[in-house]
Design a protein around this ligand. Structure first.
Ligand code: CA
Length: 218
């Protein structure tokens, strides 16, 4: 299980990120200032650090240097419109940046991408009690037995497992999995979700949300 450090002095944002990442299966530590973050980095190994730039005691750039010395990849959280921050952050060696305010789906996607790129990804995600997803081989097992999914069904399953208990809009699901703009025909999404959840016996847990889309309940 990957462990992520969050350094963010705005408590509501820090808590939101922590909850979302924990729901997606990561272990997290939220720290409200740069000094506490540095102490935590020194005390235990982390696979990734999400760093706000403007932090009390030590700012994000200073923490980035510290992370680099410990081989911990960094994603910066920057306020909207701070283009200079983004450029500077990337030039100094951050893996990515996220502009606040952001959508949780985007945050999770970027976290996953950076972990994979840096070779830190936990290979196996689980959907208790009986489903396991090996993200390296893209194999899905239920009760230890392989379940053959199409590429789109696999991508859908991964999206829901990474966004448990969140109602996902059909158009956003479409854009994430099909990679193109949604043009209003939701039957494609419905068809693929229905087939995927039937193969995995998720009919009672991957539920339709009226006028929205779908939600995976745990
Ligand atoms: Ca801040």
């Amino acid at each position: 299980m990957n462990k992520i450090l969050i350094a963010e002095d705005e408590a509501p944002i820090g808590n939101l990120i922590r909850t979302a990442l924990e729901d997606a299966g990561y272990r997290c530590l939220w720290t409200p200032d740069g000094q506490t973050a540095a102490d935590a980095l020194e005390a235990e190994p982390f696979d990734l650090a999400l760093l706000d730039i403007m932090l009390p005691k030590a700012n994000g750039y200073e923490l980035l240097e510290y992370c680099k010395s410990l081989d911990v990849p960094v994603i910066f959280l920057t306020a909207k419109g701070q283009l200079e921050d983004k450029v500077k952050g990337l030039r100094l060696g951050a893996e990515d940046y996220i502009v606040k305010p952001f959508e949780l789906m985007e945050l999770l996607a970027r976290v996953e991408t950076v972990l994979r790129r840096c070779g830190k990804t936990g290979r196996v995600l689980s959907l208790p009690p009986d489903i396991e997803i090996d993200t390296a081989s893209r194999l899905v097992r239920k009760n230890g037995l392989p379940v053959p999914l199409t590429a789109k069904e696999y991508d859908l399953l991964l999206l829901f497992v990474q966004n448990k208990n969140i109602a996902l809009y059909r158009d956003r699901i479409y854009e994430r999995v099909w990679g193109e703009e949604f043009l209003g025909d939701s039957r494609t999404v419905d068809l693929h979700i229905q087939r995927m959840r039937k193969k995995l016996g998720l009919e009672k847990r991957l539920v339709a949300v009226y006028k929205v889309g779908y939600r995976l309940e745990i």
